[in-house]
Design a protein around this ligand. Structure first.
Ligand SMILES: [Zn+2]
Length: 293
């Protein structure tokens, strides 16, 4: 009955010869109250339901991007370092990014860049193995400087939440590429610091050549939102989660990017969506946004 733990989606082509596939690296079950934050249950329960422990069934979606002769993995899942108690509380099944890649015939050693959208456990948990060795031996790990600094900062809210040990292990291995703001990794693939969810959260822009660029077919662009918009359920731009460290910033940047995604027809990849991705976003008659049919 249940779908396989690991799957790879069909390749989709974007402007600039960029090819993108979704790699499903397993499942986890975040607490629904935390995930939907201030949104009342009567509203969000129209879209999804919880298990007997009040949790939502969510995917750990990674992206495998090929562009300019390089291979880019976006996100590392929950990884191999979580203890059994945490795996049980968070309902993790799978989560090892290297196992997921091998299961679909891809070699972790072939990855040139690993983009970590932010340093929470379900995105940065699979940066290194239990001995602290990078799971992607030939990759540069792309992390926003603001997130690396927040992980080492003294704000109580994020202490113990960010994967600081894994970050330091990647840095010690000489594989950390700290970036700041909007940076092109290869032609047609950029990371964009969005903030909002964490101080240095980043999204991945696909097929966009430059900020505000309009080259090629406007329909062959895409975005991987990270946890700025973790599933299609959070397309309403005010639907921030309790895990967003900077909700006012999150709403502003979501509003700006969702408007562009809807008007320019961007294909949207959601990191935790249990359904088929990518999808598009459309404006509603009432000035909001929703998943396009
Ligand atoms: Zn997440």
């Amino acid at each position: 009955m249940s779908p396989p733990l690991h799957e790879i989606g069909e390749a989709r082509s974007f402007a600039g010869g960029v090819s993108v596939r979704v790699v499903r690296a397993g499942w986890f079950r975040p607490d629904a109250g935390g995930f939907f934050g201030v949104v009342p249950k009567p509203l969000w329960s129209r879209f999804t339901e919880t298990d007997e422990r009040g949790r939502l069934l969510c995917r750990l979606n990674l992206l495998l991007i090929e562009a300019g002769g390089k291979r880019i993995l976006v996100e590392t899942g929950t990884g191999v370092r979580m203890n059994d108690k945490d795996r049980d509380i968070k309902g993790v099944e799978g989560g090892d990014p290297t196992e997921a890649l091998r299961a679909v015939g891809e070699d972790p050693a072939s990855i040139d860049f690993v983009v970590v959208t932010h340093l929470h456990y379900d995105h940065a948990g699979g940066m290194v193995d239990t001995d602290g060795r990078p799971l992607f031996p030939n990759a540069r790990y792309v992390v926003q400087r603001d997130d690396a600094e927040a992980a080492h900062g003294d704000e109580l809210r994020v202490q113990g939440i960010m994967e600081v040990e894994q970050l330091d292990a990647v840095r010690a291995a000489g594989q950390l590429a700290e970036v700041n703001g909007e940076v092109e990794l290869v032609s047609g693939v950029r990371v964009l610091r969005t903030g909002g969810h964490t101080r240095g959260s980043q999204a991945v822009l696909i097929g966009l050549d430059r900020p505000g660029g309009r080259s090629g077919d406007p329909t062959d662009r895409g975005i991987f939102w990270g946890d700025l918009i973790p599933t299609r359920w959070q397309i309403p731009v005010r639907w921030t989660s309790a895990y967003d460290d900077y909700p006012i910033d999150a709403i502003e940047v979501r509003n700006e990017l969702v408007a562009r995604a809807a008007s320019e027809g961007w294909w949207c990849y959601f990191t935790h969506d249990p359904g088929a991705v990518p999808i598009r976003i459309e404006a509603t008659e009432r000035g909001g946004y929703r998943a396009a049919e």
